[in-house]
Design a protein around this ligand. Structure first.
Ligand code: GLU
Length: 261
């Protein structure tokens, strides 16, 4: 009797376990998904010259856009097998983790906080936060920003760091770099803080502003992938691709092409 009971218990346990197994979510490997689709879907900026912006032919272009094409060539043997989706600092992680895009290549700094929610490749560029002011401004450094209005873009590392860098200033957040720069031009703020690489892009269209010499942070840019094991194969290929672009000099060529300082 006892044996029958043990047998029954084993059968029921087995059934329950196999049932649970069926309910487990099937993880779709993102590298395999890209290969099957034969196209990359990449989130890039449309307002962040020289990394991702719309040129005079209404085409999306820039350093990050070129890098996306190089990754498409590396993985799919064709630099044109890529679809671009506009992202902003506020929506890019959601677009990634909801599956709308395969990766973010959008001036995105690696931070410990972001590492909790995305996978990062090795860095491909290092920027640093700087202050931009009107060229006649008396502001010379961060100490002069006390009680001044500082403009930042929401969701960026500047948005996060500003309270540490300039605790006694008044902060104004905007959704895009175009809005932030327009606010500075219209004297709605005294200084704009973000990555030097992005400030250089803004200033290239307008010589009425200057970038102060000090850099307050290090901003390593990396490609972000969806958090989890479904990205591990893709991450391996992307890191290999970036290493090979570094060794071949292609990464340096990109810097020379887009970053003029
Ligand atoms: N690199 C900074 C960041 O990741 C600013 C630029 C951006 O948000 O794309 O927050």
């Amino acid at each position: 009797m006892k044996n029958i009971f043990i047998c029954l218990l084993m059968i029921i346990t087995g059934l329950l376990l196999s049932g649970c197994g069926n309910e487990q979510k099937q993880v779709v490997d993102i590298y395999d998904k890209i290969k099957a689709r034969d196209k990359l879907i990449v989130g890039v900026k449309y307002d962040t010259k020289p990394f991702g912006f719309i040129d005079k032919n209404q085409e999306v272009t820039g350093f990050d856009v070129d890098l996306a094409r190089m990754i498409a060539k590396y993985i799919l043997n064709d630099p044109n097998k890529v679809e671009f989706v506009q992202v902003t600092p506020q929506n890019r992680i959601l677009a990634l983790n909801s599956g709308q895009i395969d990766m973010i290549i959008a001036t995105m700094t690696v931070t410990e906080q972001r590492k909790q929610v995305v996978e990062f490749s090795r860095p491909y560029y290092v920027a640093g936060q700087a202050i931009m002011v009107n060229k006649d401004s008396l502001i010379k450094n961060i100490n002069d920003l006390r009680n001044k209005k500082i403009i930042i873009v929401l969701g960026t590392t500047a948005d996060r760091n500003i309270k540490n860098i300039a605790p006694e200033s008044m902060i104004q957040g905007y959704r895009t770099y175009n809005d932030a720069f327009a606010a500075l031009k219209n004297n709605r703020g005294d200084a704009l803080i973000t990555d030097d690489s992005i400030l250089l892009g803004l200033i290239s269209d307008d010589s009425n502003f200057k970038i102060l010499s000090k850099r307050y942070t290090k901003e390593p840019y990396a490609i972000a992938l969806k958090k989890g094991p479904e990205s591990h194969k893709l991450l391996f290929y992307i890191d290999n691709a970036l290493n090979s672009f570094e060794q071949s000099g292609e990464l340096n060529n990109l810097k020379r092409k887009w970053i003029k300082n």
